[in-house]
Design a protein around this ligand. Structure first.
Ligand code: SIN
Length: 486
């Protein structure tokens, strides 16, 4: 199944200070969620390994942060090119450990590489200011300096792009990084290190400690005095704990947390377009993204038509192992995720939901779940309030614009929201009234390196991507220069 053109991308040791470190102690068994087979044993990095990596990253910071931005940019550019050259192999590794279909995995590799390309350019344009002076013998200016060592914890749902979205701006700014990838998907992270090394990124600048001791390694990255900034993508519950830990050393924090995305369809929308985009945002990565549609709201006059078309589109999706031709829906990440679908479904059915299609574990077994469409959804159901993170589309109806905006905003989350209407005035009104960091009108596709990605409310702090995504990796220094004879 895993035929890599370049088998040396299959790395199983931690990458610390430019060296591949295998541990004498335990190993993490990496499981293919499609088959349940063990596919690799990866060195199980511990708390002490994370502390060691932070020490090396702090040392490497001295030279890396002083290197001219253009030189850092050239190294990043080389890394980007190597990733694209090896996109197929990196995609295969990802499908193997994460399960998403190969075409989608290769798409993520290109998306992830885009952050490296973008920040290699952007770091050359980060400017300070000359401020009009307040005294004749003084000059006032600000400049930007790299903040220091950055601790990153990244999730399993995007094993490549969530690493590059953090590491690329950090490295471009002159910071050094220590990354803890999810223990379920370390192979993608380690392959990125192999390519970074080939690109000439110096020892200690990029470190990956793959470990199952999430709490212990998390404590190092959030509490070590030599870590200046901490960044995390994952659940809101874990984000709150990590944020509290960061308070002990007053670290800068950015968090990309959970969502509860509404997908609103008004009766003047292009229904076919709305259906296509609903499927794309709901079922991307088997429903396992923070920006996946979670609550579908359809205006009651078009609900029957919309639901019938959605059912047809869902039926057309091929559920299969990610390496199979034409696969659109792969497995969920693990058994607990499958059990969560069972729980959400049982709760919804007990409160009056109706199954239009799906509603059961898939005949392929293991972690496969049938793409499911439910109607008669009400606000008291679990799946209307928490992130589904799986292939269940839950449709509610509404009567008025005011009602649906209130419902859409009635959540502690505020990451992404989608709506479909042809009324230009309404497009602007709804866009302004939705309490979300990302709003998408007449489209369900928005992810790009050139724009900010970030949540409001309990969906996060800060933005990744775009010019906003590099800002937090710098400190602003104000220099008040006196003693100037005029
Ligand atoms: C996420 O769901 O965490 C990331 C999705 C994206 O970057 O498009």
């Amino acid at each position: 199944m895993l035929k890599l053109k370049d088998p040396t991308l299959f790395r199983t040791e931690n990458y610390i200070n430019g060296e591949w470190k295998s541990t004498d102690h335990d190993q993490i068994e990496v499981i293919n969620p499609s088959t349940g087979d063990a596919i690799a044993k990866v060195s199980d990095g511990k708390k002490a390994d994370a502390a060691l990596a932070v020490g090396f990253a702090a040392k490497a910071f001295r030279n890396w942060s002083r290197m001219p931005a253009k030189e850092r940019a050239n190294l990043l550019r080389k890394w980007y090119e190597l990733i694209l050259e090896n996109a197929e192999d990196l995609g295969r590794l990802m499908t193997l450990e994460q399960g998403k279909p190969l075409a989608e995995a290769i798409g993520e590799i290109k998306y992830g590489a885009g952050f490296i390309e973008f920040y290699a350019e952007e770091c050359k344009r980060v400017m300070g200011d000359i401020i009009p002076t307040i005294a004749a013998d003084r000059r006032l200016m600000t400049y930007k300096q790299a903040i220091g060592v950055v601790g990153c914890i990244t999730p399993w749902n995007f094993p490549n792009a969530m690493i590059t979205r953090k590491a690329a701006p950090a490295l471009a700014a002159g910071c050094t990084v220590v990354i803890k990838p999810d223990p379920g998907t370390p192979l993608s992270a380690l392959a990125l290190c192999e390519l970074a090394e080939r690109a000439g990124i110096p020892a200690g600048v990029l470190n990956v400690v793959a470990g199952s001791d999430s709490q212990g390694i998390g404590e190092v990255l959030t509490q070590h005095k030599d870590v200046a900034k901490f960044t995390f993508t994952g659940s809101t519950a874990v984000g709150k704990i990590l944020m509290a830990q960061c308070a002990t050393t007053v670290k800068k924090v950015s968090l990309e947390l959970g969502g509860n995305a509404p997908f609103i369809v008004f009766d003047d929308a292009d229904i076919d377009e709305a259906v296509t985009h609903c499927v794309a945002t709901k079922f991307r990565n088997c429903g396992q993204t923070c920006v996946c549609t979670n609550r579908v709201y359809v205006q009651n006059t078009i609900a029957a038509n919309f639901t019938a078309k959605l059912k047809t589109a869902i039926t057309a999706m091929k559920v299969a192992d990610g390496f199979e031709d034409g696969a659109v829906i792969g497995p969920l990440i693990n058994r607990q995720a499958v059990e969560k679908m069972d729980t959400l479904l049982a709760d919804a059915l007990s409160k009056g939901a109706a199954i239009v299609i799906g509603g059961e574990r898939h005949e392929l077994g293991g972690c496969f779940y049938q793409p499911t469409l439910l109607t008669n959804i009400t606000d008291d159901m679990l799946l209307a309030n928490e992130e589904i993170f799986g292939p269940i589309a839950a449709v509610q109806t509404f009567a008025t614009e005011e009602e649906v905006v209130n419902k859409a905003n009635d959540t502690e989350f505020g990451l992404a929201a989608y709506f479909f209407t042809r009324d230009v005035g309404r497009v602007m009104r709804i866009s302004e009234n939705l309490e979300y960091g990302i709003v998408c009108s007449n489209s369900g596709v928005f992810s790009t390196e050139v724009a900010p990605f970030g949540g409001w409310k309990q969906s996060g702090i800060g933005s990744e991507g775009g010019k906003e995504g590099i800002a937090d990796f710098y400190e602003t220094k104000f220099h008040s220069m006196g003693g100037i004879n005029v």
